[in-house]
Design a protein around this ligand. Structure first.
Ligand code: ADP
Ligand code: MG
Length: 502
């Protein structure tokens, strides 16, 4: 075979090729950065609550993904023929090339972002919401950091595609690597030799950037971060500060929280109708009952995570939330400040996985600027100490057991100093051996005079800790009274006895 190696190797020092390489890098990086940013907005638009915005986003993605880049390039470059006003910009091949590539890549990258946004679970949004974060705040602090990490491998892959796609801009006579190669071999007919050099340049660019992106990916990956070494697990200190004594609200006659005439249905399926619930300040109320009886729906409608159709929720006597079909609903808004008075602990903890235990606890107070960083840090550490998690303050959620995560989640809810704490089956997702550590902390909170509403299956705990137990069945309250009364009644009521036995 007659292959001119010395010519090929000579091309690796060619000024023309290095200029073209620089141009490809500039064009690729600019396309990628712009498309990553714009694509994110298209992905957000796709999740908008406004139908027209969603439609526009879908139309954009559909259209620009269907159009071959080559067609788009020629079209954009020749646009000045129809619209001479665009000629100042679009007759510059770099700008025309960049525009066409960004239009097309934004559509692809929007789909990558969309997948990543979907992968950030609903629980993360809800956790942000119960800390009183605004929609923008949730995106910035909770969703985007997680979505970016999820999307990064795919985004890196897209960068590689973009580098290769730049070869198409040769059609609009932008002197990128392929075009330089073509110019060489049309003069000397050394097609193979020239194309080998062209290939080397592309491979070089992709390799350099791929390595850099992988390194970046590793840096972002919190699951690889090692926690500082900690020696031993601390038992909860159990010293939960008393709240009732210094809480003047406890003295008022108004219930801490009250639901009047609550009604909720999913489609034709009614969960409950005309349901009442009233919780006095300092009272600990457990809600028990078989699965599907509406306990979760009830507790989530108290803080607006679920929207009722009927009924009004009063917070310390003031209307706070109103069902969508209530006249009041126009005048009662989900008020961010009032909402902060209700803390919530979820079944699946919903800790922010990209933040350490300490950062999880500090997120709410920092966001609401409840004090200086040092003060809030101190406060958060005190709370972590109360739940026995101070030794793990710098660990990420995935480095903690379920029980430990739930203890951090309790500290996170306490950090906003809420007047009412809601728990939705806080121990149901735990291994049996870690249930106790969470229940102990909840019992200490209950003893300290906190107002608590707890949905639970832990009968023994409910009987020991609660002032009142509510038994729900098929959306109806079938028992509401003291644990002593419940113990009494179950002797007569077979159904109650069957449930309360375990
Ligand atoms: P519990 O917490 O007591 O197990 P839930 O409040 O979760 O009960 O559910 C009450 C009823 O509402 C169940 O029949 C359940 O299937 C239904 N339900 C709950 N959430 C939804 C939803 N998002 N869409 C449709 N049905 C739902
Ligand atoms: Mg439930």
């Amino acid at each position: 075979m007659d292959f001119d190696w010395s010519y090929t190797i000579g091309l690796l020092w060619s000024r023309d090729f290095w200029d073209a390489t620089l141009l490809v890098v500039e064009l690729s990086v600019a396309t990628w950065v712009l498309a990553v940013v714009l694509g994110f907005f298209v992905a957000l638009a796709d999740r908008s609550s406004l139908m027209v915005v969603r439609r526009a986003a879908a139309l954009y993605v559909w259209f620009f993904r269907s159009l071959p880049l080559l067609v788009l390039l020629i079209f954009v470059y020749n646009l000045p023929q129809a619209f001479p006003a665009t000629s100042a910009l679009l007759s510059v091949p770099f700008i025309a090339g960049l525009l066409a590539m960004v239009l097309s890549e934004t559509a692809y990258i929007a789909e990558i972002h969309r997948g990543a946004l979907v992968a950030v679970g609903k629980g993360q949004y809800e956790a942000g919401r119960v800390l009183g974060l605004s929609r923008a705040g949730i995106q910035r602090l909770v969703v985007i950091p997680q979505a970016l990490r999820i999307a990064l491998p795919a985004l890196g892959n897209e960068f590689v595609s973009i580098v290769k796609l730049t070869s198409l801009v040769s059609v609009i006579s932008l002197a990128e690597i392929l075009l330089v190669g073509q110019r060489y071999y049309t003069q000397n007919f050394k097609v193979m030799e020239t194309m080998v050099a062209v290939a080397v340049y592309y491979v070089l660019i992709v390799t350099v950037f791929d390595t850099a992106l992988k390194a970046f990916e590793r840096r972002l990956d919190f699951s690889r971060r090692l926690a500082e070494l900690t020696t031993e697990d601390a038992e909860p200190s159990g010293e939960v500060a008393r709240t009732i004594g210094d809480d003047a609200r406890a003295m008022t006659a108004e219930p801490a929280i009250r639901l009047e005439g609550g009604g909720k249905s999913y489609g034709i399926h009614s969960v409950f109708e005309n349901l009442h619930l009233s919780v006095k300040p300092g009272e600990v109320v457990s809600i028990i009952g078989p699965s599907g009886s509406g306990k979760t729906t009830l507790i989530r409608s108290l803080n607006g995570l679920e929207t009722l159709e009927h009924g009004v929720v009063y917070l310390e006597g003031k209307p706070f939330l109103a069902g969508s079909r209530e006249k009041l609903s126009k005048s009662v808004r989900y008020d961010g400040v009032d909402a902060l008075r209700i803390g919530m602990v979820f079944q699946n903890f919903n800790l922010f996985p990209h933040r350490t235990a300490l950062e999880n606890v500090m997120m709410g107070p920092l966001y609401h600027k409840r004090g200086s960083f040092a003060e809030l840090r101190n406060d958060a550490r005190t709370l972590l100490n109360q739940v026995g998690m101070l030794v793990h303050e710098n660990k990420y959620p995935h480095q903690l057991s379920g029980g430990q995560q739930q203890r951090v989640a309790i500290a996170r809810a306490l950090a906003m100093h809420p007047s009412i704490l809601l728990f939705d089956e806080p121990t149901s997702a735990l291994d049996p051996e870690t249930v106790g550590e969470v229940l102990r902390i909840m019992a200490a909170l209950a003893r300290s005079g906190r107002t608590m509403v707890i949905v639970t299956h832990e009968m023994k705990f409910a009987m020991e800790v609660s002032d009142r137990v509510i038994f729900m069945e098929q959306g109806k309250v079938v028992f509401d009274g003291s644990p002593e009364l419940l113990a009494e009644q179950r002797k007569q009521d077979g159904r109650l006895a069957e449930f309360v036995r375990h």
